[in-house]
Design a protein around this ligand. Structure first.
Ligand SMILES: [Zn+2]
Length: 379
């Protein structure tokens, strides 16, 4: 049972929902601002200090790429070998909602950032001017850039003060403090938005999204004055993302009666036959096309005489869907096998499995059960 069109499912279960939220709490610790900031790459994007960068899959990367892990190949270039996970669907869906809201003029993070007003360590005006120097220009001397010239002339930004940028974040074990190196690595990685130091260590440990406030330009002209304001804008945006994530349902779905062992990969089913390679290929292609079609019919009805291999094909298709992260749920009927011998627990089993894979569905299911409480009596 695939969805109407392919969706990237998280392999995590419903119970892991709260871990996603925990992932946000790490960088929101108000005692530390360095966990929320990064160095912007202004070469292709109009990134300004105080802007926010969000990791989102782009090109061949899942949102965060470790820029200092790889092999040196020809002419000193590095071929990156570390592969980092993409954020989970729950958070990617939240980002999509926020982006859609922003396109429609509903921008909530500015309201949340008002909580920082009046706090000197987060004050934009105390941060001083936003100066971007030419990438190869060396810092003159001292703690400040008062003696530095060769400022890149950029148009004054009008309208929204803080912009949100979505794309690849480069993460590594060393701070990038050179404009030319910054631009070279960004170019090698096919355009990154910022550099930071913690995301790579997190991405493969638990599903999360990296949100950074831009406090410098990853060059030699670093100063710390923008860190507080950048941390505040990142925290405000993170709060906006959290605000669009549906609250977990209060209904305990484990109380639904389900049929044990009905899933194609259950202990009862996992050793049953699947199609040999290069057999039933035409039919399997038809089913794959149906699953990939955005406008296909709801049901692909596979019928045939008993013993002609329908279950084997269905099992093969289910395996393939699962491998492609297209599988919503599966239910294999089995004559004379209790709950699997009839449809009494078919819907509750399917629904429970779907919620495990797509936590966003929980609230809709709960609404349906509240509107039609008799459904529970039918179990
Ligand atoms: Zn300088």
């Amino acid at each position: 049972m695939p969805t109407g069109r392919p969706i990237w499912y998280s392999v995590c279960g419903y119970h892991r929902y709260h871990r996603y939220l925990d992932a946000f709490h790490v960088p929101l610790n108000p005692a530390r601002s360095d966990g929320r900031i990064g160095g912007g790459v202004p070469s292709k994007h109009d990134i300004r200090l105080g802007d926010v960068v969000v990791s989102q899959p782009f090109g061949k990367y899942g949102g965060v790429v470790q820029h200092d892990l790889g092999k040196i190949v020809t002419q000193g270039q590095m071929r990156r070998t570390g592969f980092l996970n993409a954020p989970p669907p729950l958070l990617l869906n939240a980002i999509s909602r926020v982006r859609a809201n922003h396109l429609q003029g509903r921008i909530d993070f500015t309201r949340y950032s008002a909580a920082f007003h009046g706090l000197p360590q987060f004050d934009r005006h105390a941060a001083g001017p936003d100066k971007l120097f030419e990438a190869t220009y060396e810092h003159k001397r001292g703690e400040t850039c008062e003696s530095c010239t060769k400022v890149v002339i950029r148009p004054t930004r009008t309208g929204q003060e803080v912009l949100i940028h979505y794309g690849t974040i480069a993460s590594g074990n060393q701070v990038i403090k050179d404009g030319a190196t910054r631009d070279r690595i960004s170019s090698e990685l096919g355009d990154v938005l910022c550099f930071e130091m913690e995301g790579a260590g997190l991405m493969n440990s638990f599903p999360c999204l990296v949100i950074r406030g831009i406090c410098d330009y990853a060059d030699i002209h670093k100063n710390k004055k923008w860190q507080g304001y950048a941390a505040a804008t990142a925290a405000s945006f993170a709060k906006e993302v959290l605000s669009v994530i549906p609250m977990p349902s209060k209904f305990d779905f484990t109380t639904l009666s389900t049929a044990e062992g009905a899933s194609f990969d259950s202990r009862d089913e996992e050793h049953n036959a699947t199609c040999l390679e290069n057999t039933r290929t035409e039919l399997r292609c038809q089913i794959a096309e149906w699953a990939d079609s955005e406008h296909g019919k709801c049901i692909f009805w596979l019928n045939g005489m008993a013993g002609t291999g329908k279950s084997t094909i269905a099992r093969t298709v289910a395996r393939s869907f699962k491998d492609n992260r297209q599988l919503g749920a599966s239910f294999f009927f089995k004559r004379g096998e209790g709950d699997r011998g009839n449809a009494t627990r078919f819907f509750t089993t399917i629904v429970t499995n779907l919620i495990m894979r797509i936590p966003d569905l929980a609230q809709h299911v709960e609404n349906a059960l509240r509107d039609e409480p008799d459904i529970l009596d039918l179990q």
